[in-house]
Design a protein around this ligand. Structure first.
Ligand code: AMP
Ligand code: GLY
Length: 437
């Protein structure tokens, strides 16, 4: 089969690495892709948001399945456009993608269908929001309704901070239209975990649990990033907790959507807080997580492409009947190597060394995010990779325990170098000592 993957990050590289192992795969294209992705796929110069361009390419190249990585094109209606032309696509349509694109849509759905989540109130007026914050007190959480590249959520320690967030989002329009309406919600406490499932709206098959690390510095200090590393499984998600998350959060959300006339097809990501009263939903994403996918995929033993085709063809029951997805019992840890200065300003074009040495290591795989290939024509040995983004690599290792995976992955990270490279030294530390379940 001819596959097109849309996106250019570590998540897309992990998906492509796995899809390339399927016996069904003939050729993979990636739009726009990155340096490392070009090892397994032909990168085509079409932006992930260019829906007409992607549609034209898929028709011309007779693509059998298009797999969408990031949220932008999903919100833009890529699945609707492909469905109109009878082209198979993995990813929810525009209505279903509202679950991520509008936090208010998601919270109202949760309230209506009994999904446990933080208490909340919606505002379209800044003064009213500020009065409410004063009456409720802090801590509290202020969220822009729309997509804000992961920056639209402010966990405020005091009332002044919360009111400043309202001013920034609603009055100064820090995220443009995405901040026309906001949510003010109760601050939950506990450990976080990510549960990603594949669903065709009738059946649900969960992937292994995972957890990411959003802050830039060790010990969860410093500003939020796109994610600095992840591990799978998340030991805090025991069998009983997993079941509760599926029953109370995932199934209720998917069934709720169906009752609203929306059939969700694709990967559904639930960000969960494990509170004393049980798991509560923090957010939904309409896609695979990044960097969680990089820690999940190496543990995935069955054919991912087959499962994706079943989702897109609404025939996931077949996969369930055949025994569902199979997982490697080992743990996996993925550490992001980022450019110096990220998530603020950073330089690009730095040569990456050590990749060839790491490629020889057992139980290690490197997923590329912000890299570019530089090749001297005719000289294969002269392939070089240069940095081209904030998050550059997801160095990923497997081990019998999380502690063993941590040891393996950091041995690999230490072999890699580029000017200014920074990474967290505590990825997975919180969970180590616990054996994967
Ligand atoms: P979200 O995009 O809604 O998941 O928010 C991003 C991050 O903000 C989450 O991963 C949590 O760390 C934090 N967060 C969001 N909502 C809450 C909440 N109600 N209580 C505490 N932390 C929260
Ligand atoms: N790791 C968080 C996300 O993918 O949104």
């Amino acid at each position: 089969m001819r596959i097109l993957v849309v996106g250019s990050g570590g998540r897309e590289h992990a998906l492509i690495w796995k899809i390339a192992q399927s016996k069904l795969t003939e050729k993979i294209f990636c739009a726009p892709g990155n340096g490392g992705i070009s090892q397994q796929a032909e990168c085509v110069d079409i932006k992930a948001e260019d829906i007409p361009g992607l549609l034209e390419f898929a028709r011309k190249e007779k693509i059998d399945l298009t797999v969408v990585g990031p949220e932008g094109p999903l919100r833009g209606g890529i699945a609707d456009a492909f469905n109109n032309y009878g082209l198979s696509i993995f990813g929810p349509d525009k209505k279903a993608a509202q679950l991520e694109a509008s936090k208010i849509f998601a919270k109202e759905l949760m309230a209506k269908y009994g999904v446990p989540t933080a208490d909340f109130k919606v505002f379209d007026n800044a003064d009213a929001a500020k009065r409410y914050i004063e009456s409720k007190g802090a801590p509290c959480v202020v969220k822009a309704d729309g997509l804000a590249q992961g920056k639209g959520v402010i966990v405020a320690k005091n009332v002044d901070e919360a009111k400043a967030a309202v001013t920034s989002i609603m009055q100064e329009k820090a995220f443009g239209e995405a901040g026309n309406r906001i949510i003010v919600e109760e601050c939950l406490r506990g450990e976080e975990a990510s549960i990603i499932v594949l669903t065709d709206s009738r059946e649900v098959v969960p992937l292994a649990s995972s957890q990411d690390h959003k802050r830039i510095f060790d010990g969860d200090e410093g500003p939020n990033t796109g994610g600095m590393g992840a591990y799978s499984p998340a030991p805090a998600v025991t069998g009983a907790v997993f079941k509760e998350i599926l029953e109370k959060i995932v199934y209720r959300a998917i069934d709720g959507l169906s009752k609203e006339g929306i059939n969700y097809k694709g990967a559904l990501y639930a960000g969960v807080m494990l509170t004393k009263e049980g798991p509560k939903a923090l957010e939904f994403n309409a896609r695979f997580g990044d960097p969680e996918t990089q820690a999940i995929v190496p543990r995935y033993k069955t054919d991912l492409l087959e499962a994706m085709l079943a989702v897109s063809g609404q025939n996931l029951r077949k996969v369930v009947k055949a025994g569902g997805l199979k997982w490697d019992s080992r743990a996996c840890v993925s550490v992001v190597c980022a450019s110096g200065g990220y998530p603020g300003k950073y330089e690009k074009g730095k040569e990456i060394s050590g990749l060839e040495e790491v490629a020889k290591m057992q139980d290690v795989v490197v997923f590329h995010a912000g890299t570019k290939k530089s090749q001297v024509t005719g000289h294969r040995s002269q392939v070089k990779y240069l940095t081209s983004g904030g998050r550059v690599l997801g160095v990923t290792g497997l081990g019998n325990t999380i502690a063993a995976a941590i040891e393996t992955v950091y041995r690999a990270v230490e072999k890699i170098h580029f000017e200014g490279m920074q990474y967290r030294r505590d990825i997975g530390a919180k969970a180590s000592g616990a054996r994967p379940s």
